[in-house]
Design a protein. Structure first.
Length: 258
């Protein structure tokens, strides 16, 4: 990437990069990315030299993309976006603005400690994503038989496709769904959003599975939150972060031109 971009000095006002981890905005570093071999304090900007680099968490970018592009949002301003990938990321929008917290680390929902099982890439045990990421789901299936596909993403998508006819796929995805619901219910009870978007690889979940997610979430949440909407993301796993980087870069450039 750096080699391609370096061919066009002066063409790009800035480069927005989505990263699967927390960002140190003060020092422009990738502070911690558990799913990238637990990278810490990576100075991404130095690899681009003559370009200004802006780092943003990938789930925040995905949440921004859905907020700007999803026609079903209407005037809803309080949103939780769940990015289901090899980990679980979160983008939180409060009153129409991304919420990043005092230390720029809000939305690390995958690292809610929920169980006493499941070693996580962050070094702890029992994190939500350690028990409900696509990696965990695929590993559970492949303990008994292999799945076709070259990547975790391809294998998970296969798992979703064969859900209705493969008893093992149904068993694994049903367990995955139950744990996913546990986390969604916690988030709704804490944040009381108008809408929860399940994105990333979550868009491939069978409709019958997603109907269970919606109904069980509404059944289990606090009575005041029972009208919460739970929907699939409108953008694919590949599109959503790219769309978010495009939107954010356009917004930042526009601000400079005003």
């Amino acid at each position: 990437m750096t080699e391609k971009v370096s061919r066009f000095p002066g063409v790009f006002p800035l480069i927005v990069i989505g990263v699967p981890g927390s960002v140190d905005k003060t020092h422009k570093k990738l502070a911690f990315a558990p799913n990238l071999n637990r990278w810490r304090d990576i100075d991404v900007e130095k690899y681009f030299k003559v370009f200004e680099v802006y780092l943003e968490n990938d789930a925040n970018l995905a949440a921004l993309a859905e907020m700007m592009r999803n026609k079903h949002f209407g005037d809803r301003k309080n949103i939780v976006y769940i990015l289901v990938r090899e980990g679980i990321g979160g983008g939180i929008i409060i009153e129409g603005k991304l919420y990043k917290g005092s230390f720029n680390a809000a939305g690390e929902i995958g690292h809610m400690k929920m169980y006493d099982r499941g070693p996580c890439f962050c070094g702890r045990v029992g994190c939500w994503e350690a028990n409900t990421s696509i990696s965990h789901c695929v590993r559970q299936y492949e303990k008994k038989k292999p799945l076709p596909g070259n990547t975790m993403y391809e294998k998970f998508e296969t798992l979703c496709r064969i859900y209705e006819e493969d008893p093992l796929a149904k068993e694994v995805l049903d367990e995955f769904t139950g744990i996913l619901i546990d986390g969604i219910v916690n988030l709704v009870n804490i944040l009381s959003p108008e809408i929860v978007i399940v994105g990333g690889e979550g868009v491939f979940l069978p409709e019958s599975v997603f109907e269970v997610i919606v109904s069980e979430t509404r059944r289990q949440v606090h009575p005041m939150d029972k009208e919460v909407s739970v929907e699939k993301g409108s953008l694919s796993n590949k599109e959503v972060v790219l769309e978010g980087t495009s939107i954010l870069s356009s917004m930042m450039i526009s601000e400079r031109l005003v």
